[in-house]
Design a protein around this ligand. Structure first.
Ligand SMILES: C[S@@+](CC[C@H](N)C(=O)[O-])C[C@H]1O[C@@H](n2cnc3c(N)ncnc32)[C@H](O)[C@@H]1O
Ligand code: SF4
Length: 376
């Protein structure tokens, strides 16, 4: 039986951050109850055949899932429990924002079986937090982390963002060192991406602000890999670092091209043959379900070429690369030929051995471009 993941998308936040294009709405807490009822109905009515899927991860993300009350979360988890076999579940993650999850709430999460917390710290620097329009302080982040430990969380991820306007190399070192002091099991270090439709994108387009250039980004990336590896964090994906055995199993499902099922507004699913996504509109999502209609906006059937390209694209982001046994035997030669063709452009960066296709540290910085050039 192939292992698989369950994803729940909670599309509510207290405020909308200027850089974020994940689907979420702010200041609409009065609609959370309606959303939770719709979500539960969606879970109950799910007709995807998952009889051969072995669910070993559940990830409640967003948005800001820590906004939910214990009762609301309990209802969602109980609906999942009734519809799916969660007896093999190993990793149950919930995303929380600093300052928005006090000790009693974190204790409630533990009681509900959540065993991994992901805290969006982003930075400890007050100026950078302000620039990112975050509404918490660095003290809030430390307090939330310490409360999570007190509540019994022994598997905590913290997100940091780098490559921020006016962030110096020293600012980034300080953020990394401050986080290492807290000693989380897992660290995600994301380079700030300017996403279409965000306030950040408008500011960049109007030239009100500038995002650091590629050279600076590479320097900051190298700083992260150096500091984190010195502190016993193993990089296992471009942006992800963990203590031994604490890799995020749920995200590994995505990168390994495993199956997953998602519920909630804007959630995506993948059954090995096709992907589908729900409406990224709270009103429409709720309305469809209340009218006994499917909240799925569209399906995308994956051709064999797409499948191979995705396996390579996601796989090259991981340090261990792509297991070649995932590629059909009759396409391996073609893939190896494509690698040969771009070897000179990316000297020494692409490594093929008997079982894997992977990139070295320098190659990882070009992972997306290399994946595009290798497309079959
Ligand atoms: C969608 S958020 C949800 C978690 C939570 N609401 C929070 O803000 O911490 C998940 C993570 O995505 C990252 N993220 C979101 N937008 C990003 C962007 N444009 N560039 C880089 N990282 C981003 C942040 O690090 C954030 O912690
Ligand atoms: S980064 Fe997190 S808190 Fe900010 S808008 Fe996105 S999901 Fe909400």
């Amino acid at each position: 039986m192939q292992t698989a993941g369950i994803y729940i998308h909670i599309p509510f936040c207290i405020t909308k951050c200027i850089y974020c294009d994940f689907y979420s709405v702010a200041e609409q807490d009065d609609r959370i109850d309606n959303f939770v009822n719709a979500l539960i109905a969606e879970i109950k009515n799910s007709d995807t055949d998952v009889s051969k899927w072995k669910f070993d991860t559940v990830f409640i993300g967003g948005g800001t899932p820590s906004i939910l009350s214990q009762t609301q979360l309990e209802k969602i988890i109980s609906a999942l429990d009734k519809s799916f076999d969660l007896s093999n579940n190993i990793e149950f993650t919930l995303e929380a924002n600093p300052g928005e999850a006090p000790l009693d709430k974190l204790q409630d999460f533990r009681t509900l079986g959540i065993n991994r917390l992901s805290i969006g710290i982003q930075s400890f620097n007050p100026e950078l937090l302000k620039f990112l329009s975050r509404i918490h302080t660095s003290d809030d982040a430390v307090n939330t982390f310490n409360s999570a430990r007190k509540a019994g969380f022994d598997n905590i991820n913290c997100d940091l963002i780098y490559n921020i306007t006016d962030q110096s190399a020293n600012d980034w070192k300080n953020d990394l060192n401050e986080l290492v002091e807290l000693d989380p099991e897992h660290i995600s270090a994301y380079s700030l991406t300017v996403e279409n439709g965000t306030v950040l994108n408008d500011l960049v387009n109007k030239k009100t602000i500038q995002i650091p250039d590629d050279e600076m980004q590479i320097d900051l990336y190298n700083t992260a890999t150096e500091i984190l590896s010195k502190n016993k964090y193993r990089q296992y994906e471009i942006s992800n670092f963990s203590k031994a055995g604490k890799e995020c199993l749920h995200n590994l499902h995505y990168w390994n091209h495993d199956k997953y099922i998602g519920f909630g507004a804007s959630a995506h699913s993948f059954d090995g043959l096709k992907r589908w996504n729900n409406y990224s509109n709270l009103e429409q999502y709720i309305l469809m379900i209340e009218n006994d209609k499917s909240p799925i906006e569209s399906y995308d059937y994956i051709s064999e070429n797409d499948r191979i390209n995705e396996i390579v694209g996601f796989g090259l982001r991981m340090i261990d690369g792509v297991a070649l046994n995932k590629i059909p035997d009759n396409r391996i030669i073609e893939l190896k030929d494509s690698v040969q063709k771009i070897r000179n452009k990316y000297p020494d960066m692409i490594i093929i051995d008997n079982s894997n296709l992977r990139l070295n540290q320098r190659g990882l910085q070009f992972a997306d471009a290399i994946a595009v050039e290798l497309m079959l």
